[in-house]
Ligand binder design. Structure first.
Ligand code: CTP
Length: 418
């Protein structure tokens, strides 16, 4: 039975940790909970203990009545040091919610509570799920701490975007659903989850993400609303499943996922050049970026002044990168495109692009639907090949990413590399 250690730090989202424990135990995992002092201001240890039937550890100085074991284990003869013994038996350690304060301590290796001491001592996969106000999350200090943790191989579960605990505030910083947290822990645990089984290991995956910008003058550009979230979710999941991943990011302000190589570009021409450099050695291309289809014929070297009578811009089409890459593909390369369509006969238009651009699969995303696509953390798509159409219901972009990757694997199995 997999053993999950859950560290809870202070934040309103601590209530979601209770649901996580309920789901994890219902799924057959053995769980122990560690809490910081401020976490106990939000939820009481009794709540967790009621669900777990095991004491919650709240101090690194107190003896653990279970002597570092998990529910169902035999108690050892001796009385080991609690915070060391409990991590020794753990198969994964998740801190959720991870407050800004706890993240700062983890990044600097501080060991001042049961949660932080055991984090330092834990050799099992470690995950943190930041949850806080958006301004705290976006502050450079928090972002630098997260970058440090990622660089050390700690899996950072990105917070969701939406309404925050403080009344009327919206933004990024929400703790993801407990079911999503559990899925991420299970993926780190291994076992039945395809992700941890490394089903993409040995494959080189190239992902493009974000939206290109075509300069009009030094300060203005033609761009689009693509945030890069879908592409980054694909990169993150492909890397977690063992692939060697490069993401070409067009104007994306998201943190680079763990174990992903990032190349930043701005314009469609730069995106095209970066793709042509890296595509030949890639096994799978996931072209989720939104390249601008037109660019100004002339880019003004100086900032255009306010024209009294308005101005006209002459635009020229950019190259269709995906069609060109696909036309140049070698044997064994899988090429997947994306189509953001706005209502109407979206499926027919997406199928047309599949054929015209010579793709193996096109991922259709109907952006006329409320709450999905563009800057949202959720999506709902249809996976279209020449002869199949599979609907993927609304879910977190990481879940959708896994479904797309599952499909990519299947396509490669159906048409074995010559
Ligand atoms: N694409 C590309 N190069 C472009 C435009 C699009 O490689 N200049 C890729 C996108 O990354 C996406 C796919 O083609 O994977 C479909 O993009 P979309 O904008 O829907 O297709 P277009 O060919 O631009 O068609 P339209 O804008 O007319 O709907």
């Amino acid at each position: 039975m997999p053993k999950i250690l859950l560290g809870v730090s202070g934040g309103i989202a601590a209530y979601k940790a209770v649901e996580f424990v309920r789901l994890a135990t219902a799924a057959g995992h053995s769980v122990r909970v560690l809490m910081t002092a401020s976490a106990r201001k939000f939820v009481g240890p009794d709540t967790f203990e009621g669900i777990l039937g095991a004491p919650v550890l709240t101090s690194e100085f107190e003896r653990d009545p279970m002597r570092g074991t998990f529910p169902g284990d035999e108690l050892p003869e001796h009385d080991p040091i609690g915070h060391l013994a409990v991590v020794e038996s753990a198969d994964a350690y998740l801190i959720a919610p991870a407050s800004a304060n706890t993240l700062a301590k983890l990044a600097t290796g501080q060991a001042d509570s049961i949660v932080t001491t055991s984090f330092l001592a834990c050799e099992a996969p470690r995950l943190v799920a930041p949850a806080m106000n958006n301004r705290m999350y976006e502050d450079a200090a928090t972002q630098e701490n997260l970058a440090t943790l990622r660089a050390r191989g700690i899996d950072v579960i990105e917070p969701d975007e939406g309404s925050l605990a403080s009344k009327g505030e919206q933004g990024v910083g929400r703790l993801p659903d407990p079911a999503e947290l559990l899925r991420r822990v299970e993926s780190a645990l291994g076992g039945e989850d395809s992700a941890a089984a490394g089903d993409l290991s040995g494959l080189k995956v190239l992902v493009t993400a974000g939206g290109t910008r075509e300069p009009i003058d030094p300060v203005r550009y033609i761009g689009n609303r693509s945030s890069g979230r879908m592409g980054f979710a694909l990169a993150e999941r492909a890397a977690a499943r063992g692939a060697e991943v490069t993401v070409i990011a067009a104007n994306v302000s998201l943190a680079t996922p763990t174990r992903v190589t990032r190349v930043d570009v701005q314009t469609t021409a730069e995106l095209s050049a970066a793709c042509f450099t890296r595509f030949p050695e890639s096994d799978v291309l996931l072209m989720s970026a939104a390249p601008a289809d037109f660019r100004p014929l002339v880019r003004s070297e100086t900032k255009l002044t306010r024209a009294t009578e308005g101005i006209s811009l002459d635009l020229e089409p950019t190259d269709d990168i995906l069609a060109a890459l696909s036309a140049n593909r070698g044997p064994g390369q899988t090429v997947i495109g994306f189509a953001a369509e706005h209502g109407g006969d979206a499926e027919t238009r997406a199928s047309g692009k599949l054929e015209r651009k010579g793709l193996d699969l096109i991922v259709l995303n109907d952006v006329s639907k409320e709450g999905i696509g563009f800057d949202s953390t959720e999506n709902a798509v249809a996976l279209i090949t020449a002869d199949t159409l599979e609907e993927v219901e609304r879910a977190a972009k990481t879940v959708i990413a896994d479904r797309i990757l599952d499909r990519a694997i299947k396509l490669r199995q159906d048409e074995p590399v010559p």
